[in-house]
Design a binder for this molecule. Structure first.
Ligand code: SAM
Length: 205
């Protein structure tokens, strides 16, 4: 991974993802989670305060050791059991059909082989299981999209492989999810090329 990605990126992610304006989006995304939950790209645990009481357990998948370390305080305050159960969303160490729900917040942008990762999420979800997501990605406006494509190589290089221009709905549908609810909007916290958000729930049939 290298010093930059091991030491700097998890701190950057902790700060950027920990901004308060993300909290209402986390709350909306986590609403309705229940049973056994797998969280892909757990980061430093900023979703932990928003897990509803209907969640029985959380299996966290996170490659960054420092991210996991920075999550310690939030994990200590959690009201549900949380374990770091995997390191890579592209290869989940779980049997088939063992989670009722999955959670991904600002992670579909980053996982290199996202098709494989979402196939893995579908494999471990029970039939009818849900993936709750909020992701930044391809904007609805062609002019903004143009800038997203232009700036993507820079973003990838400085932000741990994060892509600006992934089409979230298309990626989920290509993976076989039925996108049940999706809200596509610009956040108010930055330029449109980074704040085009997709928030919703997708069902694994
Ligand atoms: C932008 S951060 C979001 C973190 C967290 N979900 C949040 O909302 O605060 C993206 C996360 O994806 C993680 N990640 C990168 N590659 C991954 C992979 N192959 N599998 C699972 N997570 C990965 C990163 O380490 C990072 O924690």
């Amino acid at each position: 991974m290298g010093l930059y990605n091991d030491q700097f990126v998890p701190r950057l992610v902790n700060l950027a993802c920990g901004m308060r304006f993300n909290n209402p989006l986390r709350k909306r995304t986590c609403a309705g989670l229940h049973g056994r939950v797998v969280e892909i790209g757990f980061g430093s645990g900023h979703n932990v305060p928003f897990y509803p009481a209907t969640v029985k357990s959380v299996s966290a998948v996170e490659p960054a050791d420092l991210g996991w370390k920075l999550a310690a305080g939030r994990i200590a305050q959690a009201t549900v059991p949380i374990e770091r159960a995997g390191l890579d969303g592209q290869s989940l160490p779980f049997p088939d059909n063992c989670f009722e729900a999955a959670l991904s917040t600002w992670t579909i942008c980053t996982i290199p082989d996202i098709a494989t990762a979402l196939a893995e999420v579908r494999r471990v979800l029970v039939p009818g299981g849900t993936l709750h997501f909020v992701e930044h990605g391809l904007a609805p406006d062609p002019k903004v999209q143009l800038w997203q494509h232009r700036l993507n190589p820079i973003q990838k290089a400085i932000a741990g492989g994060c892509n600006l221009d992934r089409d979230i709905r298309a990626i989920l549908e290509d993976a076989g999810f039925e996108v049940r609810d999706i809200d596509v909007f610009y956040g108010e916290d930055g330029p449109k090329f980074v704040t085009a958000q997709s928030l919703g729930v997708a069902v694994s049939p």
